[in-house]
Design a protein around this ligand. Structure first.
Ligand SMILES: CC(C)(COP(=O)(O)OP(=O)(O)OC[C@H]1O[C@@H](n2cnc3c(N)ncnc32)[C@H](O)[C@@H]1OP(=O)(O)O)[C@@H](O)C(=O)NCCC(=O)NCCS
Length: 234
């Protein structure tokens, strides 16, 4: 069962990554300079944490956190292998939780039980990528729409399947944060970026409503590809 689900999720994620790369830079190719790995509990035995990665984990971290962290590092390791690292170095953690990739690589990690996903891209300066996997169920408990959405986004969310659209906006914004944090090194509030949905392109157009750094001025646009697959949103 999990294998069939994994295939479906892999196909959907690959499609989204290919679209994202094609829109960003035609020289970026999945399997060449872009690595994507999706792992679940079944893959846990296939990767042993590097000792330096193991040291990141607090002794107080709960069992679920430990498994998630190990799966995320396994995914990072496999993604790096796909783009030419024979023995990938450990992926450590920065002050605010951001993964530290080898020089010349940008990437991102996400967890959504039972899956962990990593994307690693070999590229030149300035490129940024963030990935976030959510389920509609995960955010259904409390209404976070006022926390996450700006007025225009709320209109869009209310104009269709409320929970699904809210999950799409939430996931897309978390992906934006993961992409931008390594460049701007500051917290970005959910309302500091406005997203507009382009249905034919499965893509949000994002606009920065504040400057996030020298090369990230107010008004800058960014593309955030987003897809719903079964109960998952990414
Ligand atoms: C950091 C954050 C985005 C993580 O998202 P999440 O849905 O809670 O968790 P996920 O499983 O999807 O992602 C966790 C991974 O994110 C990565 N991550 C954590 N902090 C990060 C940061 N500051 N920058 C980049 N990546 C980060 C890590 O790799 C982490 O996995 P790891 O601990 O195993 O290495 C979220 O907790 C958060 O703080 N959001 C608020 C800020 C925000 O999203 N603003 C929107 C601006 S438009």
């Amino acid at each position: 069962m999990e294998q069939t689900e994994a295939r479906g999720l892999t196909n959907a994620l690959e499609w989204t990554v290919i679209q994202t790369m094609a829109a960003a830079d035609s020289s970026l190719r999945l399997g060449q300079n872009v690595g994507l790995a999706i792992v679940s509990g079944e893959d846990q035995a296939s990767y042993t944490l590097h000792p330096e990665e193991a040291r990141i984990l607090s002794p107080r971290a709960c069992g679920r956190k430990r498994v998630e962290f190990a799966l995320g590092r396994a995914a990072a390791h496999f993604a790096l292998k796909q783009i030419g690292f024979e023995n990938p170095p450990p992926v450590l953690r920065g002050q605010k939780g951001e993964p530290i990739w080898p020089d010349g690589i940008v990437g991102s990690i996400t967890h959504c039980h039972p899956w962990s996903v990593a994307v690693a891209v070999k590229c030149s300066n300035g490129f940024a990528i963030g990935v976030d996997l959510e389920t509609v169920e995960r955010i259904q408990g409390t209404d976070i729409s006022d926390l996450v959405c700006r007025e225009a986004e709320l209109d869009w969310v209310r104009g269709g399947d409320f929970q699904q659209r809210l999950t799409m906006i939430f996931s897309a914004k978390e992906a934006v944060y993961k992409a931008l944090y390594p460049l701007c090194r500051r917290y970005i509030d959910f309302k500091e970026v406005e997203l507009t949905w382009f249905p034919g392109q499965y893509c949000f157009q994002g606009e920065f409503l504040a400057p996030f750094g020298l090369n990230l001025p107010r008004g800058q646009a960014c593309a955030v590809h987003c897809r719903c697959h079964a109960e998952l949103v990414f």
